[in-house]
Design a protein around this ligand. Sequence first.
Ligand code: SF4
Length: 241
Amino acid sequence: MADIHSFESFAALDGEGIRYAVFFTGCPLRCVYCHNPDTWHKSGNDMTAEEVFNKVRRFKPYFRNGGGVTFSGGEPLLNSEFINGIYPMLKSENIGYCVDTSGSVALTDDVRQAVDNADMIILDIKFCDSEKYKKFTGGDIEKPLTLGKYCSGKGKRLVLRTVVVPGINDTEDEIEKYAKYVIENGLIFEKYELLAFHTMGFFKYENLGIENPLADTPALEPSRLDELQKHLDKTLKVIGG
Ligand code: SF4
């Protein structure tokens, strides 16, 4: 059983091809820029692996060109045992899955197995120094790094992501630190994408009656995101070879 927040069909962002996204509830972090605070706590929608599989299976015709399931959240790897339970069902239908994770979980046997069976891991590199990581997410920077190293060691397809937030990490200097951090730590990845902080989840804080720590922060302009992505790509080329 797992507590499921929601499903999203035809999700295109998190992985290749057309995705069917499964959002679990529960997250060990409290990122200041979270746009899904409604996934933090249980929704009461407990589902078995079979029930989730039956929903997924209906979308199989759309999973050509590398599409499949994306497990997201919340933190999907808190549900590694569930993912390992649904895996044989997905495999029997030739449906692969990606995991979109903050990496803020201990690398248990279940987590290893869920990672090993995934087509791809999308890993957040939220901050690249431990103080900022702690301050802005409440978590321990070593956990996602450990997961990233595990994926790299296994030759797992890995996509890195960082949310860029005005006033927190939206400078060229900051972006260079991220580039150095992932290269110096030996992460081997296919892509490193920057995502723009946006304000579309603000209403959720109001609805939930939770204080929004970035209520006064504007969305990052798309043009600024482009500039910083180019700077990241260039820096990675220079220092990564
Ligand atoms: S890891 Fe994701 S779901 Fe959890 S608090 Fe951070 S942004 Fe929100």
